[in-house]
Design a protein. Structure first.
Length: 306
């Protein structure tokens, strides 16, 4: 049996894990590695990439920065989350705000410190990234359109870090990034529909609040249509191997998503749409392997990407 003190410590650890969304960070790290192996540097071979110490440092620094970003976001959204996510908010409040800030500064300091091992440019990159996350959480998040655009941009930025490391600016990478960015942007807009009650109470000027739910749904529908452009190029112009199965399946899911969107008018329904998008994004991470599984054992170069 755990003592009361140990139980309280365990609860605080779980609370901090919830604040930093520890369940998301391993997926992002995995996505960075899979992107490096199958998209950005397939010619190097999976083993060489996995053993690349500099890449490990960049992924670790990204993970720490993202974790700190969740903390500062939680700090500024504490009142709103009491309304939108009361159960999660009560768990998160087991850790004092002062402790959260201490962890926030500690993670950021360590992330910038280790990034200097790779290069001074890496240190500058993560310093700017940390500032942008803070600026978004403190100011930009409360404004319509620009808040959504910046949130999706910040979610894609860790992959840009890996892109800069390998310096492989293939056209196919742009279309992969465009597809991911559009999905993340749609997710941010669904979150606004999901959190209207808390946003209203805390004076957040989101798209559904300023322009109405119908306008928000029209914009989301337009973004869904725009995903066709990168998907077309990835399937018909470039060779993405068996990953085209994912894009065809994703297209069917997005049609279902669009139909459900216009029938949705309550928080549980918007949460369902949010979860569908999360599934599509996470499934896309694992399906990167389908581009060319042979890279795993002999590092064959994807000539079609050149």
């Amino acid at each position: 049996m755990l003592s009361r003190k140990n139980k309280l410590l365990l609860l605080k650890i779980v609370s901090l894990f919830s604040v930093v969304r520890g369940y998301n960070i391993p997926i992002i790290a995995l996505a960075q590695y899979l992107s490096a192996i199958f998209i950005l540097a397939p010619q190097k071979g999976a083993l060489n990439i996995l053993l690349d110490f500099n890449l490990f440092i960049l992924v670790l620094a990204s993970s720490l920065t993202i974790a700190s970003g969740y903390i500062i976001n939680n700090f500024y959204d504490s009142k709103k989350d009491l309304i939108n996510r009361p159960n999660k908010s009560m768990l998160d409040r087991l850790v004092r705000q002062e402790t959260k800030l201490q962890v926030y500064f500690g993670l950021n300091f360590f992330a910038t410190l280790i990034s200097f091992i790779v290069s001074f440019r890496a240190l500058v990159f993560f310093s700017v990234y940390i500032f942008l996350i803070w600026f978004y959480s403190h100011k930009i998040k409360k404004y319509p359109i620009i808040g959504n655009l910046m949130a999706a941009f910040l979610a894609v930025l860790p992959f840009f870090c890996i892109l800069l490391y390998y310096k492989n600016f293939y056209e196919v990478i742009f279309f992969h990034a465009s597809f991911l960015y559009l999905l993340l942007l749609i997710r941010e807009m669904i979150k606004d529909l999901e959190n209207i009650k808390g946003d209203l109470a805390t004076n957040y000027q989101t798209i559904p609040i300023v322009y109405g739910e119908t306008t928000s749904k029209k914009i989301i529908s337009l973004l869904l249509l725009l995903t066709i452009i990168p998907v077309y190029f990835l399937i018909d112009i470039f060779d993405v191997g068996y990953m085209d199965i994912y894009f065809y399946a994703g297209f069917i899911i997005m049609i279902f998503f669009a139909l459900r969107l216009w029938k949705s008018d309550s928080k549980p329904q918007f949460i369902l749409l949010h979860n569908i998008l999360k599934f599509l994004i996470v499934a896309g991470v694992f399906c990167i392997v389908l581009i060319n599984p042979t890279v795993l054992w002999h590092g064959k170069k994807l000539l079609s990407l050149l």
